[in-house]
Unconditional design. Structure first.
Length: 197
């Protein structure tokens, strides 16, 4: 897929600074979440299953955010009204994030971009990618962790829509859960003092 039309999507470019996490520590983190080649294979399959459903997945996720004012505020202006342009730009990147999560090699390029995405949730870079002023200059880390649940439990029905048996759907689902947890753990590096991460 051509990602050049996605505003602010900079994976694999010189704009992305290197993650401070060493390759060795990254490998240990992948071992800790039990990420296996079987998981990677099932993520590839999940990517095929989800590819033409990404907009429907985003509809569910945006509906969830939109129905909770404490979450919607992160995408709203000082007047409390949702910033439609901001939500639209983030949505394009969010859709590509789904595809990237399923297609990733979980290598240094992917790791570096997770560091960038983590920074974009902090006071260092929130709002800067899209040049907006929102009601909050940070997405509080507690909600990044909490989002593991809705972004996991809501994906299962989409994984089951292409006729795969329950065992295969389970494997895709568990692989998704693992890499989503890995992603949020890596985003946390932007919030935690280096010596504590």
């Amino acid at each position: 897929m051509d990602t050049s039309s996605i505003p602010g999507y900079t994976k694999g470019t010189a704009e992305v600074e290197a993650s401070p996490l060493s390759d060795a520590d990254f490998e240990l983190l992948k071992k800790t979440i039990l990420l296996s080649q079987d998981d990677i294979d099932h993520l590839r399959l999940a990517g095929e299953v989800l590819d033409d459903q990404v907009e429907a997945v985003l509809d569910v996720w945006y509906g969830f955010v939109g129905s909770h004012p404490h979450l919607l505020k992160y995408f709203s202006g000082g007047d409390g009204q949702p910033n439609v342009a901001y939500l639209g730009a983030v949505r394009k990147r969010f859709g590509q994030w789904i595809r990237d999560l399923c297609a990733a090699r979980y290598d240094r390029v992917w790791l570096d971009y997770q560091h960038e995405l983590g920074l974009r949730h902090t006071r260092l870079k929130k709002n800067k990618t899209d040049g907006v002023r929102s009601a909050s200059d940070v997405i509080h880390f507690r909600y990044l962790v909490a989002f593991i649940v809705p972004l996991t439990v809501t994906i299962r029905p989409f994984l089951a829509r292409k006729g795969h048996g329950a065992e295969v759907v389970d494997k895709m689902y568990h692989a998704w859960f693992k890499v989503l947890t890995l992603t949020v753990a890596l985003w946390g590096q932007a919030f935690v003092p280096a010596e504590d991460f």
